[in-house]
Design a protein. Structure first.
Lengths: 113, 113
């Protein structure tokens, strides 16, 4: 089955710097890759996603890139702010009716003011 | 539009007991998925329901079961509780399937003593 590995497990940056989180997946058939942000005491919130027919997607300060050949995808956050501090999860799934999301282990991002 | 609601928010049970958790999806959403979140195993897919039918199931023992009602509300049940079942149980809803935007609830924190 699908396996997703996420690195790093913790990341500390200064406010204004960029942050990059990387994930690799094992099943080449996977074709949907969402990223979630989870704040303390809350459920995960989708922040951006990408499908396998696209190599890059951007939404303001957040971007995701996908390399299907290497089976890895990355989250890029630019101009980080203290409110970006949270745990970020990547996930992968096969677009199929009833497909299940397989999550990475999470990255705890700390943005220091 | 009201978000995904889960009840109860906190539960304390003892080994051997059973528990039922409830999830009300966003109005109009027909897909409901359940996940278990623990520090050691991360976010793991339990099952997904669509129009009262279980469409996919994760790798959990048969003690974990669920159902969905005609109004899309869903319940999950865990029988013969074990210490290792202590976790945050998250419910997510989407309009059609798991590759539509998943909206997560705040979760139910289950502690098994």
């Amino acid at each position: 089955g699908e396996n997703v590995e996420q690195h790093p497990s913790t990341l500390s940056v200064q406010e204004g710097d960029s942050a990059v989180i990387k994930c690799t997946y094992s099943d080449s058939a996977s074709n949907y890759f969402p990223w979630y942000k989870q704040e303390l005491g809350k459920g995960p919130q989708l922040i951006i996603d990408i499908r396998s027919n696209v190599g890059e997607k951007k939404d303001q300060r957040i971007a995701v890139t996908l390399n299907k050949t290497a089976k890895h995808f990355s989250l890029h956050i630019t101009e980080t702010q203290p409110e970006d501090s949270a745990v970020y999860f990547c996930a992968a799934t096969l677009y199929n009716q009833g497909g299940k999301l397989i999550f990475g282990q999470g990255t705890e991002l700390s943005v220091k003011p | 539009k009201a978000g995904v609601t889960q009840t109860p928010r906190y539960l304390i049970k003892t080994r051997g007991q059973q528990v039922t958790l409830s999830c009300s999806p966003i109005s109009g959403h027909r897909s409901v998925s359940w996940y278990q979140q623990t520090p050691g195993q991360g976010l793991q897919f339990l099952f997904e329901y669509f129009s009262e039918t279980q469409r996919n199931k994760g790798n959990f023992p048969g003690r974990f079961s669920g159902r969905q009602f005609s109004n899309s509300r869903s319940e999950m049940n865990v029988s013969t509780l074990e210490l290792g079942d202590s976790a945050l149980y998250l419910c997510a809803s989407s309009s059609r399937d798991i590759t539509d935007t998943q909206y997560f609830g705040p979760g139910t924190r289950l502690t098994v003593l």
